[in-house]
Each structure stands twice: as structure tokens, then as C-alpha cells.
Design a protein around this ligand. Structure first.
Ligand SMILES: C[S@@+](CC[C@H](N)C(=O)[O-])C[C@H]1O[C@@H](n2cnc3c(N)ncnc32)[C@H](O)[C@@H]1O
Length: 255
């Protein structure tokens, strides 16, 4: 399972799409703050950090964060937003992580990031890497979605409402128009549209379809995979469905 190469958006646009499609979600933040507060002052690893939706609140609460992502545009924006907060950004693939520091108390993979890493083999590489970077007793916390149903706006199904964001005189619209749940993957198709000033569609390529592929994964499967690399499952947590956002299960694995 791999995700298609991103369309040729500029760095600024990648930040905008990321903020629009991931940045507004808040309902998981109390859990990450609670887990970090269990080991006050200890360093947290935020895997697939994006522009810092999770890393920034953690750092504001006094937790030093190492924030890892593969997208340099998102990391540059996170570093800018962090200012003097204790956030270190690292451009790296989570499946091949090899940091000098190996004493993290907590590693967070929020918002289904672990399902973006591919199938069981690449996921095992990530789980091994996470274990190597955690101190004894440290916790890997992964939010996953497993109970999903296919839909398609084109077939007359209901879809979640479109999201939009206004930046620099343009309106960016993102609409998840279809979800296809297959044997091993969940494919989400998002229609993206940019409307220029005055409502004109005046960009060279104003519309695009972005396809995101998530691996299908259950909590039981992830716990089994964790055990295989020496991580011990702890009781799961749940983040309930709210305000139109899907709920998720959070698998906790102790090093
Ligand atoms: C769903 S977003 C989550 C962003 C952020 N953690 C949040 O909760 O808002 C997934 C992030 O993972 C990053 N990502 C995807 N594959 C990755 C990989 N192999 N290693 C590190 N980061 C990755 C993407 O660039 C994206 O920023």
C-alpha cells in the first residue's frame, strides 16, 4: 500500500490543504495531553506531525517534542509556528527512523497516521523503530479507524460536508466525495477546488482529485503486531465520534 505522489501543489498550498483537511480536529488532544502529563517534562515523539496540530499543544503544556514528518513544507511551517516552544522538527520516514535520542516516554501517531505507512511489513518497520526510540516503560499510542463504510457521492450516497478555508484572497475547498473500503485498504477520494478572487476560477489547474490510501487495520491486529516486536498492549482508549468527525480507537503499546 503506498500513497500516490502528491499533486504538484506549492509548499504554501500543501500547508493550506493540510490545515484544511487535518488541522481543525480537536477531540483527541485531551488524550495526548493526559498521556504526556503522566511523565512530566519527558520528551515526546510525534510521528507524522504535519503542521503541529498535536505537537504545538503538547509543547505549550511544557512537553518537549520531537516532531517527525516526511513533508518538509509542513515541517517548515511547524517550526515557524513553534517559535521558541520546545519543538524539534525532523524530516524522516517514520519506518526508518534513526534518531540519536532513544529515551522517549511517549510516541504519538495521531489521526490514523499509522494507516498511512502501508501494510503489515512497513508497519512492522515502524513498530520496531518506535520501540527502539522509546525508553523502557515508554508508550506508543496510535489512533486508528477500523469501522468504516464505503460511500460515493456519485452513486447518490450521503457524504460529509465540504470544508473550506480562506487564505490570501482565495477560497480552498476540500470535499471527501467517496470512500471505498477494500480487503486491505481504504481509499478516500477528495475533490479539491481553489477559487480565486471575485469567485473566478483563475488558477491554471483549479480542480483536482486527491486520493488517499489507508491500510485497513484493527486494534487486535495492531496489538498482535506490537507484541511481535516486543511491545506490550495496554488497555485501549477510544475517542468517540463527535460533530461529524469519525471516532477512533487508540492502541497503547508499552516498551
Ligand atoms: C493524517 S496526517 C496527521 C498529522 C498530525 N499528526 C495530526 O494529527 O494532525 C499524517 C501525516 O503523516 C505524514 N506522513 C505520511 N507518511 C509518513 C512517513 N512514512 N513518515 C513520517 N510521516 C509521514 C504526512 O506527511 C502527514 O503530515
Amino acid at each position: 500500500v503506498t500513497n500516490a505522489a502528491p499533486l504538484a501543489w506549492s509548499s504554501d498550498e500543501r500547508v493550506i490543504w493540510h490545515d484544511l483537511e487535518c488541522g481543525n480536529y480537536r477531540f483527541d488532544l485531551p488524550l495526548w495531553l493526559e498521556l504526556a502529563a503522566a511523565t512530566p517534562g519527558a520528551r515526546v515523539l510525534d510521528v507524522g506531525c504535519g503542521t503541529g496540530r498535536v505537537a504545538l499543544p503538547l509543547a505549550r503544556a511544557g512537553t518537549p517534542v520531537t516532531a517527525v514528518d516526511t513533508d518538509p513544507a509542513l515541517l517548515a511551517e511547524l517550526a515557524r509556528r513553534a517559535g521558541t516552544l520546545p519543538v524539534e522538527v525532523v524530516c524522516a520516514d517514520a519506518r526508518k527512523l534513526d534518531l540519536a535520542f532513544r529515551g522517549f516516554a511517549l510516541c504519538v501517531a495521531a489521526l490514523q497516521t499509522i494507516q498511512l505507512l502501508g501494510g503489515s511489513r512497513p508497519r512492522a518497520c515502524f513498530l520496531e523503530a518506535a520501540r527502539r526510540h522509546l525508553r523502557p516503560g515508554g508508550i506508543l499510542a496510535c489512533a486508528i479507524v477500523s469501522e468504516l463504510e464505503s460511500y460515493s457521492l456519485a452513486d447518490g450516497d450521503e457524504a460529509p460536508p465540504a470544508d473550506h478555508l480562506r487564505r490570501s484572497g482565495r477560497v480552498y475547498v476540500s470535499h471527501a466525495t467517496a470512500m471505498r473500503v477494500e480487503a486491505h485498504t481504504i481509499e478516500v477520494r477528495r475533490w479539491r477546488l481553489v477559487i480565486g478572487e471575485g469567485g473566478r476560477r483563475d488558477l491554471p489547474e483549479p480542480e483536482a482529485v486527491e486520493v488517499l490510501r489507508l491500510a485497513r487495520l484493527t486494534a487486535t491486529q495492531l496489538e498482535r503486531e506490537g507484541r511481535a516486536v516486543g511491545l506490550r498492549p495496554l488497555p485501549r482508549r477510544t475517542i468517540p465520534e463527535r460533530d461529524g468527525y469519525l471516532g477512533s480507537e487508540v492502541v497503547l503499546l508499552r516498551a
